[in-house]
Design a protein around this ligand. Structure first.
Ligand code: URP
Ligand code: ZN
Ligand code: ZN
Ligand code: ZN
Length: 466
């Protein structure tokens, strides 16, 4: 057995902050004890990590990534190897990626393809959601088997007609199935039929720049779809998790549903909290770097997102990491914003940006850990192994230096993408050391992990409902 003692740090969980020594035995958290009492407890360690003056956090859980995803005529630029390595650098030890059902193919084929991409390549642990793009009787039956195999959440799209889109009837059927098998329906809530009309009209009028991506994908059309998804889920008697919420009006729909006691949950992403339509309007096609869907909103929307995170009307911050290089990928949409591949990089930046949000007074330190680690683990059936520091949990631990100063830059990040959405942003706080199941994957800011350490984690069902 290998024993590691993490001594003298402030252990921060969603529930408490306590100065404690943490004992790791092999791949599990074995015990917590008052600082300096390890000798009295009879603990002997093979090595000690001194965390004095640092935070000791559960490893981050990023429940929304797209590594190697074919999208918009190209493929997201991070592989499972580069993406999970970057995740480790940023203090994230579990990612949940989206396997995609191809139209005309089974869920199983899609899932197998994602297992083939990820197997043996990940630096940190991984799990999958399944994107449904072809809902019919066969798909519905397969959902039951996937839940049993630990893939217990299914994303549907009200956007992207002709590509990933499902109509209301298909959505209702999938929700009915999920209400019977314990699956969680995740919704991309934008009215894609209406948006496509506005896209066509904008392009016909010569409005082709990246900023028009934000103008046609209206906040009202996000709110409308969010409302419709909630009503469909009520009819089906299923829970609902709305992904990448960006509009104030959509938060209001979630708040209203939750105030009725409905099992409706919401996620937002750092890009909606820190970036805005000002970025989309950057001159010289620079705005393409910020094209994602739902789109960035005017800065005024951010207050509602922060409030939602504080009031628990939004539960999770994931990245929706879906990187495309500016050169050769984002450039596909020069002269036609609708051809810019949708997605932003960020898997490496999430924990740091949210720590800055603690310092800026938006959220508490415990809420930081909750929205980035504990809530996503519980939402997607990864607890109690993931998302907190407690005896018996996986030893996924981050030693975080709250005083280190850094400047985010593509020159120093580890994601396989040629720009940073947060270029030049100054952050106080930095990941120092990261354990993933007891193995040191980042050692005082040196990568010591390896492709293949990360394992597939089968998930149980949503733990917000039981
Ligand atoms: O622009 C985005 N969000 N790209 C990834 C796909 C999705 O809809 O989540
Ligand atoms: Zn989406
Ligand atoms: Zn409320
Ligand atoms: Zn996504």
């Amino acid at each position: 057995m290998t024993r590691t003692l993490i001594s003298g740090g402030l252990v921060v969980t969603a529930a408490e902050e306590v100065l404690a020594d943490v004992l790791v035995e092999d791949d599990k958290i074995a015990a917590l004890a008052a600082p300096g009492s390890s000798c009295a407890q009879g603990w002997t360690a093979d090595r000690t990590l001194d965390a004095t003056g640092k935070y000791v956090l559960p490893g981050g859980v990023d429940a929304h990534t797209h590594f190697e995803m074919p999208f918009g005529g190209t493929v997201a630029s991070d592989t499972f190897e580069t993406g999970t390595r970057a995740a480790a650098w940023g203090g994230t030890t579990t990612i949940v990626d989206f396997a995609v059902q191809t139209r005309g193919r089974s869920l199983r084929e899609g899932l197998d393809a994602w297992h083939a991409k990820a197997g043996g390549r990940c630096a940190v642990d991984y799990a999958f959601h399944m994107i449904l793009s072809d809902v019919h009787e066969g798909t519905l039956k397969e959902m039951d088997q996937l839940v049993a195999d630990g893939v217990s959440s299914f994303k549907l799209f009200m956007a992207y007609p002709g590509v990933l889109y499902s109509d209301d009837g298909q959505i209702l059927r999938a929700m009915q199935r999920a209400s019977g098998n314990g699956g969680l329906i995740m919704m991309h809530a934008e009215n894609g039929i209406a948006i496509d009309v506005l896209v066509e009209q904008a392009l016909a009028a010569g409005r082709t720049d990246p900023r028009h991506h934000g103008e046609v994908r209206k906040a009202l059309l996000e709110a409308e779809a969010t409302h419709r998804a909630i009503q469909l889920a009520r009819v089906a008697g299923s829970p609902l998790y709305v992904v990448h919420v960006s509009a104030e009006e959509a938060v209001a729909e979630l708040t209203q549903a939750r105030d009725k006691g409905l099992p409706v949950f919401g996620e937002t992403c750092p890009q909606y909290l820190f970036l805005s339509t000002d970025n989309l309007a950057e001159p010289g096609f620079e705005g393409a770097k910020y094209v994602c869907s739902t789109p960035l909103r005017p800065r005024e929307h951010q207050a509602a997102l922060w409030r939602g995170l504080r009031t628990d009307d939004l539960q999770v911050v994931s990245t929706d990491h879906c990187p495309f290089c500016f050169s050769g990928q984002k450039e596909l949409g020069r002269g036609d914003f609708s051809k810019i591949p949708n997605g932003l990089p960020g898997v490496e930046n999430r924990m740091d940006l949210l720590h800055q949000a603690v310092l800026d007074g938006h959220i508490s330190r415990r809420r930081w850990v909750e929205i980035a680690c504990t809530a996503p683990a519980r939402m997607f059936g990864l607890a109690p192994r993931k998302g907190t520091i407690t005896p018996g949990a996986d030893a996924d631990v981050v030693v975080y230096d709250p005083h280190a100063e850094q400047t985010i830059s593509a020159r120093t990040h580890h994601m396989n993408v040629d720009y940073s959405a947060y270029e030049g942003k100054r952050i106080t706080g930095q990941v120092e050391t990261v354990l993933c199941r007891g193995e040191t994957v980042i050692d005082r800011r040196t990568f010591t992990g390896r492709a293949g350490h990360g394992r597939f984690v089968p998930r149980s069902t949503c733990q917000y409902l039981s």
